[in-house]
Write a protein that binds this ligand. Sequence first.
Ligand code: F6R
Length: 248
Amino acid sequence: LPVSVYNNQHEASVAVANKIADLIRSKQAKGEKAVLGLATGVTPIGVYTELVRLHKEAGLSFKNVITFNLDEYYPMKPTAAQSYVTFMYDNLFSHIDIEKDNINIPDGTLDKDEVVAFCLAYEKKIEELGGLDLQILGIGRTGHIGFNEPGSAPNSGTRMVTLDDLTRRDAARDFGGKADVPTKAITMGIGTIFKAREIILMAWNKKKAQIIKKAVEGEISGDVPATYLQLSQHVEFVLDADAASELT
Ligand code: F6R
């Protein structure tokens, strides 16, 4: 399994940002769109910071970029401080020249009976654009990718899911307590992620070392959804030395 270990998360983030920039530029040169799958959370922040820098200081344009975020809490108002819409605008979209219409994030405001149709349309839209060129991922301590918690099926699509208790505890700080963390989310499925032509999973810090060991070296099982990535021919794990510290 391709695992790249960097001295620190800054160097790793710059490498991933450069990869994304190369993809955007090579698509631009061909007059094509780049279709990116994006993640939230603390892990990709350095990548977004570097992409913003490349936009401001090196003329990288996002006019030909279409994005699909992995997930959003449910229910969640886009204007809420904890929404993934707010996160993406604060960390990336507000600072680059991407077209608003090219941004796709699961909608946390839907009525329950609208969710299934929304999820199918999300999948269809990705497909009609030719699929995801690159999906970036973090990993949760449950082994989730997106919000595909333990028990998720390898062929799962975009859908409403119930968050694991550990995931809600890890999010408690953002919400001022676990009780206020939504119990549900809308997430791309493992199957959706798998269809991307390239997948990069990033992890930093000691806190992720144990789950990275399981994800990379453990038995492939729905108990640790990230282990399904071992079956992909197009995945790269990008780690800092701390997250890689338990690998043999
Ligand atoms: C976020 C997402 C999650 C996070 C994971 C790690 O869109 O899908 O899988 O990547 O929970 O979160 P951080 O990076 O905050 O440790």
